[in-house]
Write a protein that binds this ligand. Sequence first.
Ligand code: SAM
Length: 248
Amino acid sequence: MSRVPRLHIQGSLAGGDVTLDAETAHRLRNVLRLGPGDAVRLFNAESGEFAATLVELSKSRGVARLDSRLREPGRDAGPWLVAAAIKRGPLDTLVEKAVELGVGEIHPIVTERTNVERVNVARLDAIAVSAAEQCERIDPPAIAMPVTLREKLANWPRERRILLCAEAGTSIPLAQALGGVDFAASWAIIVGPEGGFARAELEMLAADPLVTVVGLGPTILRADTAALAALAAFQLSSPRGRISPRAV
Ligand code: SAM
């Protein structure tokens, strides 16, 4: 089963035949060298995951017949990652790895010291889908449009608590903070830019009762490393961390 290619398909997978677009048909024919009669797995968070068989595959389209449901629909309630925008390469890798590590949603933000012009959300969406296909998630996380830190906090859902990774100032070790976390609650992990948060930003965040300021150890980690270290620690400390792969 594990070698059967997994394809994230937009729209309802309700049974019968599913039409695959030209891009997917190209990938199946020319990259994965598949044809009619071959098995695939089709999934999305709204419909779940299905075993399917290719019944038609041409240059312009494909058709797959849904055989049986493998997984129920659903979304992981992993933490949001609120990360200051960083350069393209590290950001692409960060998104890919964050999906693998169970992130719930990804929220790029612009802070005082952000030195990145633009964030291509469409490209990050495609990276998140491909990562979900690879790591056996059925729910590629949403990637929000980038906004400033102040805008993000001004519209913050007050039931979602925050672990703020701060390379300076008073903090408690993340491991200690995770020891007291209610994983049934909603959480977010905030990470600053390569240049770090400005003092005023750290003070504004630390003053918010939803925020726990955490440290990630003695070394100054790159922003992408810090985000992935915090996500990994969160997942491995949570009940999700006790689920073995392919048990779901
Ligand atoms: N330029 C900053 C400096 O030299 O102080 C370092 C910023 S660091 C490259 C990028 C972000 O990663 C920080 O804003 C923070 O969110 C996080 N980070 C890095 N190392 C950390 C640590 N040891 N503890 C907590 N957060 C850390």
